[in-house]
Design a protein around this ligand. Structure first.
Ligand code: UDP
Length: 195
């Protein structure tokens, strides 16, 4: 992907993000996806750990209108906005249509929200393989169980909806558990999918 800098943070531009991610999956290339918006760039300015995690992410997509506008003026060319929730939905759809099953995992949200979101997607996409779900509020002991679960299941796509910056920092800390997986921070997407 073409990489550009927005306030010291990388943004990658390409025409088709889902197909790039499917390639990563095929090649077993572990990937951390960050969906960048203006609020996040401001948080990164105050939070060096978040800035570092974004700088080390494999794919940073322009999620917010402000980031798109900035790039538009910088590059003097059309830049397409790619909201994170839309990328997540497209990826799920593609996975649900593939012949070989890809295991996905939903982590985050209040009790039961990720499970309800998973049910919603399972109904939409009967061939989608949801390996498991976990709520985003729990004790440190439960976090250990979650880490063991991920290590055992080795899901190939892990959606993490803990909000910014919690989800980005959590992914950076835990992505070694499933080295070949795609890890993507999805904010409040589970709430929306759960209805
Ligand atoms: N959340 C969570 N655990 C926490 C804090 C937040 O699972 O300790 C979830 C919360 O339930 C919500 C999401 O994280 O589903 C945050 O959504 P929000 O829209 O605030 O995220 P943003 O995309 O704006 O960062």
């Amino acid at each position: 992907p073409q990489e550009f800098s927005v306030l010291g943070l990388p943004v990658h531009l390409m025409t088709n993000y889902p197909s790039w991610l499917l390639e990563c999956l095929q090649q077993g290339r572990g990937t951390h996806v960050v969906t960048l918006n203006a609020e996040m760039t401001m948080q990164a300015e105050r939070n060096p750990s978040l800035a570092e995690v974004i700088q080390n992410a494999d794919l940073v997509i322009p999620d917010g209108a402000g980031v798109v506008l900035y790039l538009h003026y910088l590059l003097r060319q059309e830049v397409k906005r790619c909201p994170g929730i839309e990328l997540a939905e497209k990826l799920l759809q593609e996975l649900g249509e593939q012949k070989t099953a890809t295991n996905v995992f939903f982590y985050g949200g209040a009790s039961g929200v990720a499970a309800t979101a998973a049910e919603f997607w399972q109904q939409q996409l009967p061939n989608l393989s949801i390996a498991g779900t976990h709520s985003g509020y729990h004790s440190p002991e439960e976090e250990e169980i979650l880490q063991q679960t991920l290590t055992q299941l080795q899901p190939q796509v892990i959606f993490v909806g803990l909000g910014v910056p919690r989800q980005e920092l959590w992914i950076a800390k835990n992505r070694h558990l499933c080295e070949q997986a795609i890890w993507i921070g999805v904010g409040g997407s589970f709430d929306i999918w759960a209805g």
